[in-house]
Design a protein around this ligand. Structure first.
Ligand code: ADP
Length: 893
C-alpha cells in the first residue's frame, strides 16, 4: 500500500516546513495531519479524527473551517508556534489530477501583525549576527515597514541592553549560538527564537539593493549588511513576497541614545510596571495621550531612547515649548490629528495586498487633514515645527485619486463590487444603469402580471438556484392565460413559472452584476497600484504626523500636569527645584505629593547619601531624579518648578525590585551582580541610583559592602559619576567629609508622642536613627511585638557601638574585589572551563531564585483577573481574555 497522491503532496510540503504547523487547505477547511494534528488538537481543543492516507494506519487529523481560521492562528502564534498556510494555488477546474497546493505565507510570532492596531505598538522581528568582532542587530516591523539596523563592538552586555530595548517578539539566531546566550536572550525578552544557519540563510546583495537603495546599503558594516540580508531573507521566506513598504533602511548608532540596561528599564517602570507588566503606573501611562497610533509608537520609542545630544534635545524641547505657549494652536492641531488613522499600517496593507475599500477611505480621510495641519504649521517659529512644515507632503494627488474613485461606504470585500464611486468609470456606470433598469423592470413585473392575469396573489421572487420566477398558488392555476408562462418548479401549494423576457432580463442583470464585480475589482487594483507607487511619500508624511503628534502630546501633558521646560547642560550639574515623581503624583494626587529639591554637581554634591526610615520616600525620590533626567533627554518638560539637567550617557539603577522577594543568598547574588555591572559600565557622565545596597546580606557584610561601593564610585577616576545612594545604615553618614563628594541627606520625619509622621521632605544632613520599629508599628505589627523589639534594640545599641570602627580600610578593598569577582561580564568566548562552570552555577542560582517568583505570579494573576473591566469588552475580546486566563492558569499550575 502506498501513500495517496494527496498525502504525497502533503508530505512534500510538510518536509519543507518542518518547524511549522501546516494548515493544509481542503475545500472549506484547513486540515492538519500527524504530529501537527496532535499538537493543534491539544492546543486548540479540537477533536482529533483520522483519515485514510494509503498507509495501514489512518493519519491523525483535525481541522478548522477556513473562514474561522484567524482566531486559531492567533492562538497558536501566541503560544509560540509558527503556522504555514498551504492553499490550492491553481483553479480546481483547470487542474488535471490533484490540484496544486503550496504554502502562501508563514505566520510567526514576529510577523503576526493582525492585532497590532489594538495595542498601538510595534511588533518587532529581529536578528542578531556577529562577524569581525562586531555584533549587528537588524529589526523590522512588517506592518509599518520600519526596518533598522545597528552594529557595535561585540559585547554581550551591550547586546542584551539593546535587545531588551527593542523588545522583539521573535529573534532569528544562528543554530550554533551558545546555549547560555540563547537562554539569556529568551529569558530577558520572552521572544520566540528561530534558529537558522546564518552563514547560508541570507538574501543576495542584489536583492538587498532592490529592496532599499545602493546608497542606503553602501556604508553598512559587514555585520550590519549580513544582518540586514538575513532579516530580509526571513521576511521573504515567511511573507512569500518582497514587501514594498519596506523601502527605507534606517541605520542607527546606539551611542546616540542614552543607555539604560534592562534592569534599570524595569526598575524605572518606563513602559510597564514591575508587578503586573502592564502599562498602568508606568511613565508611558502618564504620557500616553497621543492622538494617533503613529504618535503612540513614536512616544514609546522616545521614552525607550532618550537623546544624548544637547542640540537635538533642545530642538525637541523648543518644539514642545512653542505648542506649550500657544494653547489654541496645540488644540487645533490635536483636533486635526485625532481624525488621522494609522497611515503606516494602511500603507503596509497596500504593500502586501490586503487593503480594502474601507481602508482606502480611512486613508483618504486622513490625508484630507494634512493641508490644514500644514497651514497651521506655516506660522511656526521653532526649528522643529518649521522643519515639519517644510517637509510635510500633503499628498493632495493621492487624496484626489481616492476621493474620485472609492465610494464613501464601500463593501468590506474587494471581490463583491459596490466599491467604485459613480462617475469614476463610464463602464461601471453603464453596467450599474443596466442592472438597476433590470431590477426596476422586474419590480414592476409583479403589478403588470397581476393586472394581466387578474391573480392578486401572484408574486415575483428570486432564488439562487432558479433565478427570478413568478409564483402562483394552486387555487389560481385556472386563471393563468394559456401559454403565458413556462413552468419551472412545483411546490406543495404553488407553481413557479418563468417567461422568456424574464429570463432575458435576468441574464442582463446577472451579467451586468458579474461584469461589475470583475470590473470594480480590476479598477480597485489599479488604484491600489497607483497608491503603491507613492508608498515612500506616504511613509514620510506618516512619520512627520507621528512625531508632530508626539511633540503636541508632550506639550499637552506639560500644560495639564504643570511641567516646566528644563535647561540642558553638559557640565554634570543636575539641579532641580521642587521636583516631583511624575507617576506617584498622578497616583496619590498632586496635592498630596511633597516636592523636593535636588543638587548634584560633580563637586561637593556628587554622591548623595540618603538616609531615612523605610517607607519615608527614599526610592521615590531617587527614581524621581532619574525620571526627570530621562524625560528632559527625551525632549519633554519635567515635573518641577525649575530644572537644569546635565545630559547623561547612561542611567543605572540598583533599586530593590527583588527587595520584596524571599531573601537569601540568591537575592544577594542578584544584587551584587547588578552592582558589579554598574561599577564596570558607568562613566563620569552616568547617573547611578543605588537603593539599599547590601541589604540582602547580614548587617556587617551589608554595611561594609555599601561603604566600599561608595568609596569605589567616589575615588575611581573613570567613575566619579552623579550618584544617589539610599541606605538605612545611618552609620554611613560618617562618610561625609571623609570621602570627597559625599553629601548627607535624609528624609525628614517628625515624632509625635512616640509615633512617627513621614514628612517626605529631603533635607540636608543624615538621619540619626532608623525608626525601623516605629515603621513596624505603623504597619500594624502587634503592640507586644513592638515593645519587645524596643527592648532588644536598646540592648543592641548598648553593645554595638563599634560597627564602623571595626572595618579597616584594607578589608573594604577586599570587599570591592569580591564584588568585581561576581562579575558576569567579559564575554565567555574563553574555554576556561572552571570559569564557565562558575558562571553556570551563578545562572542556576539566579534561576532557582526566579522559580520562587511563582507565588508573586499567582498574586499578580488574581489581580489581573479582578481588574478586568467586563462591561467594556466586546464578545471577541472577552473570548480572547478568557483564553489568556486559562493559558496563564495552566502555566501557574
Ligand atoms: P522608601 O524607599 O524610603 O522605603 P518609598 O520611596 O518606597 O520609601 O515611599 C513609600 C511611599 O511613600 C510611596 O509609595 C509613596 O506613596 C509615598 N511617598 C514617597 N515619596 C513621597 C512624596 N514625596 N510625597 C508624597 N508621598 C510620597
Amino acid at each position: 500500500m502506498g501513500l495517496t497522491p494527496m498525502m504525497r503532496q502533503y508530505f512534500e510540503i510538510k518536509d519543507r516546513y518542518k518547524d511549522c504547523i501546516v494548515f493544509f487547505r481542503l475545500g472549506d477547511f484547513y486540515e492538519m495531519f500527524f504530529d501537527d494534528a496532535k499538537t493543534a488538537s491539544r492546543e486548540l481543543e479540537l477533536v482529533l479524527t483520522g483519515r485514510d492516507c494509503g498507509l495501514e494506519e489512518r493519519a491523525p487529523m483535525c481541522g478548522i473551517p477556513f473562514h474561522a481560521s484567524a482566531n486559531y492562528i492567533q492562538r497558536l502564534v501566541y503560544k509560540g508556534y509558527k503556522v504555514a498556510i498551504c492553499e490550492q494555488v491553481e483553479d480546481v477546474n483547470a487542474s488535471k489530477g490533484i490540484v496544486k497546493r503550496d504554502v502562501i505565507k508563514v505566520i510567526t510570532p514576529g510577523t503576526y501583525v493582525e492585532n497590532n492596531g489594538v495595542e498601538n505598538r510595534n511588533t518587532y522581528l529581529s536578528t542578531i549576527y556577529e562577524e569581525d568582532g562586531n555584533i549587528a542587530i537588524a529589526t523590522t516591523d512588517i506592518s509599518t515597514g520600519e526596518f533598522k539596523v545597528t552594529s557595535f563592538k561585540s559585547l554581550k552586555t551591550t547586546l542584551l541592553d539593546e535587545i531588551t530595548k527593542i523588545n522583539p517578539k521573535e529573534i532569528v539566531i544562528d543554530v550554533n549560538l551558545n546555549e547560555k546566550l540563547e537562554n539569556e536572550l529568551s529569558s530577558i525578552t520572552g521572544a520566540f527564537l528561530t534558529k537558522k544557519d546564518l552563514r547560508e540563510f541570507l538574501c543576495t546583495r542584489e536583492e538587498l539593493i532592490v529592496q532599499f537603495s545602493e546608497v542606503e546599503v553602501s556604508n553598512l558594516s559587514i555585520a550590519a549588511e549580513k544582518a540586514t540580508r538575513i532579516l530580509l531573507k526571513y521576511v521573504y521566506e515567511t511573507q512569500k513576497m518582497s514587501l514594498l513598504n519596506i523601502n527605507y533602511l534606517e541605520q542607527y548608532d546606539i551611542i546616540n541614545f542614552m543607555t539604560i540596561d534592562g534592569n534599570s528599564r524595569r526598575n524605572l517602570e518606563l513602559t510597564e510596571n514591575i508587578r503586573e507588566k502592564s502599562k498602568k503606573g508606568s511613565l508611558l501611562w502618564v504620557m500616553d495621550k497621543t492622538s494617533t497610533s503613529m504618535g503612540a509608537r513614536v512616544l514609546r520609542k522616545w521614552i525607550d531612547e532618550p537623546l544624548i545630544s544637547r542640540e537635538e534635545i533642545l530642538k525637541r524641547l523648543t518644539g514642545v515649548e512653542e505648542l506649550f505657549n500657544d494653547f489654541s494652536f496645540n488644540e487645533d492641531l490635536r483636533s486635526l490629528l485625532k481624525d488621522i488613522y494609522d497611515i503606516e499600517r494602511i500603507v503596509g496593507k497596500v504593500a502586501n495586498g490586503n487593503v480594502n475599500g474601507k481602508d482606502m477611505i480611512s486613508l483618504k480621510n486622513s490625508l484630507s487633514k494634512l493641508p490644514a495641519i500644514k497651514s497651521l504649521l506655516s506660522s511656526s517659529t521653532s526649528n522643529l515645527l518649521k522643519e515639519y512644515y517644510e517637509n510635510l507632503d500633503v499628498l493632495e494627488d493621492i487624496k484626489t485619486i481616492l476621493e474620485k474613485s472609492i465610494k464613501e461606504d464601500p463593501s468590506l470585500s474587494i471581490k463583491e463590487g459596490d466599491i467604485i464611486k459613480d462617475g469614476y468609470s463610464n463602464e461601471v456606470d453603464e453596467l450599474r444603469v443596466a442592472k438597476s433598469h433590470g431590477k426596476e423592470w422586474i419590480a414592476s413585473l409583479e403589478n403588470s402580471e397581476r393586472e394581466i392575469t387578474g391573480i392578486k396573489s401572484l408574486k415575483v421572487g428570486y432564488n439562487k438556484v432558479f433565478g427570478y420566477y413568478i409564483e402562483i398558488r394552486k387555487a389560481n392555476y385556472s386563471s393563468i392565460p394559456e401559454g403565458r408562462y413556462i413552468r419551472k418548479q412545483t411546490l406543495a401549494n404553488a407553481e413557479r413559472y418563468i417567461t422568456s423576457e424574464l429570463k432575458e432580463m435576468e441574464d442582463k442583470i446577472l451579467g451586468a452584476e458579474e461584469k461589475l464585480i470583475k470590473l470594480e475589482y480590476e479598477i480597485f487594483l489599479e488604484i491600489r497600484k497607483a497608491v503603491e507607487k507613492e508608498i515612500p511619500r506616504l511613509k514620510a508624511s506618516a512619520r512627520i504626523v507621528g512625531e508632530l503628534d508626539c511633540i503636541s502630546t508632550l506639550s499637552k501633558i506639560a500644560v495639564e500636569n504643570d511641567y516646566v521646560k528644563p535647561e540642558i547642560n553638559e557640565s554634570g550639574i543636575i539641579e532641580i527645584e521642587e521636583g516631583r515623581h511624575p507617576v506617584v503624583e498622578k497616583v496619590i494626587g498632586r496635592g498630596e505629593f511633597v516636592s523636593n529639591d535636588t543638587l548634584l554637581n560633580k563637586n561637593d554634591n556628587r554622591l548623595l547619601l540618603i538616609t531615612g526610615p523605610n517607607m519615608a520616600g527614599k526610592s521615590t525620590y531617587m527614581r524621581q531624579v532619574a525620571l526627570i533626567t530621562l524625560m528632559a533627554q527625551m525632549g519633554s518638560f519635567v515635573p518641577a518648578k525649575s530644572a537644569n539637567i546635565s545630559v547623561c550617557d547612561k542611567i543605572f539603577t540598583r533599586i530593590g525590585a527583588s527587595d520584596d522577594l524571599a531573601g537569601g543568598k540568591s537575592t544577594f547574588m542578584v544584587e551584587m551582580w547588578e552592582v558589579s555591572n554598574i561599577l564596570k559600565n558607568a562613566t563620569p557622565k552616568s547617573l547611578v541610583l543605588l537603593d539599599e545596597v547590601g541589604r540582602g546580606t547580614s548587617t556587617y557584610d551589608g554595611l561594609s559592602i555599601a561603604w566600599s561601593v561608595i568609596e569605589h564610585i567616589s575615588n575611581t577616576e573613570s567613575l566619579k559619576c552623579n550618584t544617589l545612594f539610599a541606605t538605612h545604615y545611618h552609620e554611613l553618614t560618617k562618610l561625609e567629609g571623609e570621602i570627597e563628594g559625599v553629601k548627607n541627606y535624609s528624609v525628614a520625619v517628625s515624632e509625635v508622642d512616640d509615633n512617627i509622621i513621614f514628612l517626605r521632605k529631603i533635607v540636608e544632613g543624615g538621619a540619626d536613627q532608623s525608626y525601623g520599629v516605629e515603621v513596624a508599628k505603623l504597619a500594624g505589627i502587634p503592640k507586644s511585638v513592638i515593645d519587645r523589639a524596643k527592648e532588644i534594640l536598646a540592648d543592641l545599641e548598648g553593645t554595638d557601638k563599634g560597627v564602623i570602627q571595626g572595618i579597616e580600610k584594607g578589608e573594604v578593598s577586599k570587599v570591592v574585589e569580591c564584588i568585581e569577582e561576581i562579575s558576569i561580564e567579559k564575554e565567555d568566548s574563553t574555554n576556561d572551563k572552571e570559569k564557565n562552570n562558575k558562571k553556570s552555577n551563578e545562572i542556576s542560582e539566579v534561576k532557582e531564585m526566579q522559580m520562587d517568583f511563582t507565588f508573586i505570579e499567582k498574586e499578580d494573576f488574581v489581580n489581573k483577573i479582578s481588574n478586568i473591566d467586563i462591561l467594556n469588552l466586546n464578545p471577541m475580546e472577552a473570548m480572547n481574555k478568557l483564553y489568556q486566563i486559562v493559558s496563564e492558569a495552566k502555566s501557574l499550575k
